[in-house]
Design a protein around this ligand. Sequence first.
Ligand code: AMP
Length: 525
Amino acid sequence: MEETNGFQQLGLSDEVLAVLKKKGFESPTAIQRLAIPVLLSESCDLIGQAQTGTGKTAAFGLPIIERLELNSGSVGAIVLVPTRELALQVADEIASLRPNPSFAVGVVYGGQSINEQIRRLRKGLDLVVGTPGRVLDLLRRGDLKIDNVSWVVLDEADEMLNMGFVEDIEAILEHTPAERRTLLFSATMPDRIAKLSRKYMRNPKTVQTERTQLTASLTDQIYFEVTEGDKFDALTRIIDIELDFYGMVFCRTRIDVDSLTSRLIERGYSAEGLHGDISQQIREKTMNRFRKKNINILVATDVAARGIDISDLTHVINYSLPQDPEAYVHRIGRTGRAGKQGTAITFITPSESRRLKFFEKATKTSIRKEILPAASDIVEVKKDRIKEELYEIVRSGSYADYLGMAEDILEKNSPEVSLAALLKMAFKSQLDATSYPEIRGFRVDTKGTSRLFVALGRQDGMTPRKLAEFIREKGGVSNNRIDDIVVLDSYSFVTVPYKDAETLLSVFAPEGRDDKPLITKAKPR
Ligand code: AMP
């Protein structure tokens, strides 16, 4: 696929371009496109307005990697960040971007033994990422020297100010030489940031990614909190519980696309991947197969998905969060079109909830948290489908070839035993809930609650929101007491406190003897 706006235009060296290719980055993010050329070609200070997750680490990391002189015997760049978690993340990202492994990156933060960090500092580091408190401690003890740094980065400056680090930051800056380059990144630009920049930066250039007005479509938007390691199993649960899943799954890099596609295929799903390294010819073939629904899962990067216009997707899945709200809207806009209800599902790791909140704000929509379907729910759905298919074969009468064999089998065993054994043979462990790996982090505290089965599903026009509304109206149970809603084709599950469960079971108790109750207790998970 032709790459427009690639990294090639930014003035990066071939060595760095090779690293980016290997890392699977296809094209620069908005902040990278704006900041990298300025940082490489000029020597000015820079203020960048950007959130975490927009690729800002590479936006400042790549120019530092390109320009920092190594083997000077002292620390050449210091990056200050508000939290330990971010310090580790930024250091990892920068380390992964350097073509030359002798470019030594270190990280210092509170809460870890200072002696261990001092030991690493003594070995000599080119770039140090740290939290202000610990950096200042080390400076005062004389274990860290930054009087030779040529780059100072204040990352998430607004957060650092919110956390009360302003004095520490000022004290740290006093230790740095006047001719340093100072870069400041911040999601918001309150007055205090302007003040800080006036005091410590020289004629900074400001780069800001464009904020277009965004309105996400009417697609139902939900998210699940999963650890990175559980994402794959979470995805298979979602695909398995749907009757006709037809969706796109978005990944960040081409490497992620390849590895996810292979895992899906290994597990027997009909999936193919699209990314920038795939030839036009293969791309067209894949698109054709997807359009004709020969495959029902298309895994793609944002770049590869550009220009794909398929209107009847049931799902768009953000396997990783997109880089910015614009990309989010773009991705999810591919479902819920043509008057059909679509679902956009986003996986976030626990540390990404702040970014998701920001996406919600920027797109002016709400993204509802949900709990993944339990393995036992999925198995119930699968069993129902098998029964439906079986009845369909019976109705169509297309089993004549097997009658003789059936008679043979029935001579030796009862019908129940024969059929059960046949099911076991055909479906092996597919109908065993324990074949789904347990996913941590989803266990709700089920103490004091009851899982209920509701005989209404999508066929009856239900969505999680509508079901909660229905239960509130008919049963008087308010929405905030209804949890863990899973709406399937012909029925649903909800979790409510015991007391409410009792109320609902009695409100929905059948009237006539032959009536089926609308709500019953679900089988235990
Ligand atoms: P950051 O905003 O620096 O925390 O970056 C967020 C994530 O985006 C990191 O996992 C990066 O590896 C990834 N990333 C940064 N730049 C790109 C790019 N141009 N293409 C794809 N992923 C990127």
